[in-house]
Each structure stands twice: as structure tokens, then as C-alpha cells.
Design a protein around this ligand. Structure first.
Ligand code: DSN
Length: 462
């Protein structure tokens, strides 16, 4: 048998079939996980090229292996497009396109800028921040960031749901972090990078933005620009940016006087590049770097800007439609692609909501909401519009989606009122009660029919 020259369906029908089922799941339901998207055919084509075969440890022009002339071209093209997409020039900014994804990118920045057990501050996970910004609990250091560095979270104001910058200012003065992270994974509001910069300057700290969630919106110039105020900006490339699963780090070059006590020297280039390789990673994933390059080319187009405008319009429409049905959106709405629902006023938790929505083919994730005691039993869900917008849904369609979500959550409430106190009781009732099963089937069929109105051109080909 010629192992090299067979199609996947011939060589491995078992795996092929699983992938086919996943493809069908992605199309027959409504994908509302805020960090997910459907990437383009050109990105998937770049990912499936011979670039995958090549080892190229090092950086363009300085590799540890031979045969990298074309790989160097790919990486340089990607770097140039990364700077161009965000309106940056190579005299002021450099970029590393090798991180495998967002978590390694963030860890590389801390490794570069903060000594072991040095201090960082990020938005707390239950308040809309990200694991890699330093999450830990009373019992356990959860993220490696909090194992190898000392992290102190800043919080949102529990009444408004908005970041409490005054509290951050006070605690930063006491904690004296080396890096302050301005970044989100659930917070649906724009960040005040200017205020973050002022607080960083008062403490001689670096300011790092993690724009992973909003990097597509930043590229389209629809949300505040982190590059104006930050020293370092990290991102993944597969969320709103709609590229391959990978990460990027931007860093400032040159010297900038920022503190009363002196200058922060931007000798970031070597530190960051060395932290990525050889510090934390081995050979770069060259097919992913090519995928980033082609995604960034698309991100500079008028069509991409229009797409991002629709992402925000759709999220605002979703928040409003849910609020009209008496649901509580944390912060009262959204500026970006995320709607953060607090279900506690309803007497429902995130796990039950996620389960019923999953059963009716709406994919979203349970999420902590401000004040939650445990990330394992979160009080809300996070919804996002990037993937549905890629499928072509507009405001009037999102109104329908809001109604589906409402019906799903009402069903979850009914199940909860007739089941025991534990999640397993809830799941058992849902699975066994014919009335609930009928309602699930009815809603699922309606949603699948609705989803079929929004095919993705060419999706079946890849
Ligand atoms: N897992 C991504 C998200 O859902 O936001 C970020 O790491």
C-alpha cells in the first residue's frame, strides 16, 4: 500500500468519518462561542501545504538548519503584513509571528520581561479576564502564570460590571507590578488603554495588551487601538481575526521616557524573541505562519472591515433582544463581539444553560460572572457573534437567534423546577422526561432548519 499517496477517506475512514461529523455539527447548529470563527479557505489551504514539513528554528536569516530561503520569505511576509495591518512601522515596532498560540505568547512575554516570581497584574478570570493573566484561587495556583510569577488581579465594580480603574491604581501602587495586562476573554466593553498607561507609568511597569479577542476589531479600527499606549501587544489569530490557530507578539522598539525616576528602555526585541525561541518553543509551525500571513492580507480589505462592523452590530442586537426579554447582561450591553449573560437573577446557572443550549444546537460556554465564588459552578454564559456573522447573519436574523436562546433558557428553567438539586439530576431529568425530550427535538429541528439558511460557500470542500 502506498502510504504517502492516499486520500484521508481511503487511508483512514474511521478518522475521516469523525471529521465529517464535526463538519456537519459546525454547519447544522449555531456557533456562538465568542472565541471561535470559521476561517477562510485560503487559510485552510495554507495550513495544508508542504511548509508543514520544514524545520526552521531561529529567525529569518539566522536559522539552525539549511534550506530555509523560502521559509524566510514566508515569515518576513507575515511580519510585514502584521505591522501593516495595524498601521505600525518597523522603526517603532517589531513582531514575532512564531508563538504556537495565545497562551504560549503570553507566557513568552512574562518570561522576557519579568524575573521568576516577579509581579504581574491582570483582570481576574471571574471578572472577564483570562487564565494566562495570572489566575489562582484560595486553594490552587491554576495558571502556570501564577505558579512561576506572582500575580495580583484587578477587578470590576460589582455594581456596574465595569473595570474599577481606581482600585487598580491603588493596588498597583502597593503591589508594584512589573507588567500590567490590559486584556479580556469575556469583558464586553472597550478598554481604557490611556488610563492603563497612566497607572503603568506611576509604577514603572510595562503595559501589555492581550487583544486576542478583539484583534479583528482593532484591525478594522472599530475599537480603541492598544498600540497607541502599550509596550507589548499579544494576540491569537483565530478569533475575530479569523485566521489560523496561532499567536503573535508585537513589541516596541527604541527608548521611551515613561517614569519620573527614569526611562524604560525598549530593549524588548532580543528578550522577547529569545523567550519564544529558544526559551520556550522549538521549530515554528511554518504552515500556521503562512496562514497568519494570508489572514492578515484579508484583514486589510474593505470586506473585512464590513464584516467586523456587522459582528459588533449583531452583538449589540443580541444584547438588546435578550435585555428586552428581561435577561441581565453584565455591564448592561456590549461594545464588542461578546454578550455576557448573568443567569443568577433567573435562578439558573451556566452549566444548566450550556447543556440545554447544546442539546438544541446552540454552542456557547458557561462562564463565571462577577461575584461567583467558584469557576466550577459559574453563574452565567458567554455568547459571541463572530462565527454567525461569518455565516452571513444580520440583525433581523440575530433577533430570531435571541428568541431561540430565550426558549432554550425557559426550557432549562422548567427542567430545573422539576429536578433535584445537582447538575446530574438536571441532566437525568432532561434525558428521561418525554415532555422535555419532545421540546428539545422540536426546538433543535427549528434551529437546524434556520441554520441551514446560512450555508458557507465552499465549506463542504474543506
Ligand atoms: N479559550 C479562549 C476563549 O474562549 O476565550 C481564550 O483562550
Amino acid at each position: 500500500m502506498d502510504l504517502l499517496n492516499q486520500n484521508l477517506d481511503e487511508t483512514d475512514p474511521e478518522l475521516f468519518n469523525i471529521i465529517k461529523n464535526e463538519k456537519s455539527r459546525q454547519m447544522t447548529g449555531l456557533e456562538m462561542i465568542a472565541s471561535e470563527n470559521f476561517t477562510s479557505r485560503s487559510v485552510l489551504q495554507a495550513l495544508s501545504t508542504c511548509l508543514h514539513n520544514k524545520y526552521s528554528e531561529g529567525y529569518p536569516g539566522q536559522r539552525y538548519y539549511g534550506g530555509n530561503e523560502h521559509i524566510d520569505e514566508v515569515e518576513r511576509l507575515c511580519q510585514k503584513r502584521a505591522l501593516d495591518t495595524y498601521g505600525l512601522t518597523s522603526d517603532k515596532w517589531g513582531v514575532n509571528v512564531q508563538p504556537y498560540s495565545g497562551s504560549p505568547a503570553n507566557f513568552a512575554v512574562y518570561t522576557a520581561l519579568v524575573e521568576p516570581h516577579g509581579r504581574i497584574m491582570g483582570l481576574d478570570l471571574p471578572d472577564g479576564g483570562h487564565l494566562t493573566h495570572g489566575y489562582f484561587t484560595e486553594k490552587k495556583k491554576i495558571s502556570a502564570t501564577s505558579i512561576f510569577f506572582e500575580s495580583m488581579p484587578y477587578k470590576i465594580d460589582p455594581k456596574t460590571g465595569l473595570i474599577d480603574y481606581d482600585q487598580l491604581q491603588k493596588t498597583a501602587k502597593l503591589f508594584k507590578p512589573k507588567v500590567i495586562i490590559a486584556g479580556i476573554s469575556c469583558y464586553p466593553r472597550n478598554l481604557d488603554y490611556k488610563r492603563f498607561r497612566e497607572i503603568a507609568d506611576e509604577n514603572g511597569a510595562y503595559l501589555m495588551a492581550d487583544m486576542a479577542h478583539v484583534s479583528g476589531l482593532v484591525a478594522a479600527r472599530l475599537v480603541p487601538d492598544p498600540f497607541e499606549y502599550c509596550d507589548v501587544v499579544t494576540t491569537t489569530t483565530h478569533k475575530t481575526l479569523r485566521g489560523p490557530r496561532a499567536g503573535v507578539i508585537f513589541y516596541r522598539k527604541g527608548i521611551r521616557s515613561v517614569t519620573k525616576s527614569g526611562e524604560i528602555a525598549y530593549d524588548l526585541e532580543d528578550k522577547i524573541n529569545q523567550a519564544v525561541f529558544p526559551g520556550l518553543q522549538g521549530g515554528p509551525h511554518n504552515n500556521a505562519i503562512a496562514g497568519i500571513a494570508t489572514a492578515l492580507k484579508q484583514a486589510q480589505s474593505p470586506a473585512f472591515k464590513k464584516y467586523q462592523e456587522q459582528v459588533i452590530l449583531n452583538a449589540k442586537t443580541l444584547a438588546k433582544a435578550l435585555q428586552e426579554r428581561q435577561y441581565t447582561c453584565v455591564t448592561g450591553g456590549t461594545d464588542n463581539h461578546i454578550v455576557w449573560l448573568d443567569l443568577r437573577p433567573l435562578g439558573l446557572n451556566g452549566s444548566r444553560a450550556e447543556k440545554v443550549l447544546e442539546d438544541i444546537c446552540i454552542a456557547c460556554n458557561k462562564n463565571t460572572v462577577p461575584g461567583d465564588k467558584s469557576a466550577l459552578n459559574p453563574g452565567g454564559i458567554r455568547l459571541g457573534t463572530p462565527a454567525l456573522t461569518t455565516r452571513g447573519l444580520k440583525e433581523k436574523d440575530i433577533e430570531k437567534v435571541a428568541e431561540f436562546i430565550h426558549r432554550g433558557l425557559q426550557l432549562a428553567l422548567d427542567v430545573k423546577s422539576r429536578s433535584g438539586p445537582m447538575l446530574k439530576d438536571f441532566k437525568a431529568k432532561l434525558a428521561e422526561d418525554p415532555e422535555f425530550q419532545n421540546r428539545i427535538t422540536e426546538l433543535r429541528t427549528e434551529i437546524q432548519n434556520f441554520a441551514s439558511l446560512f450555508p458557507l460557500p465552499g465549506f463542504d470542500d474543506y
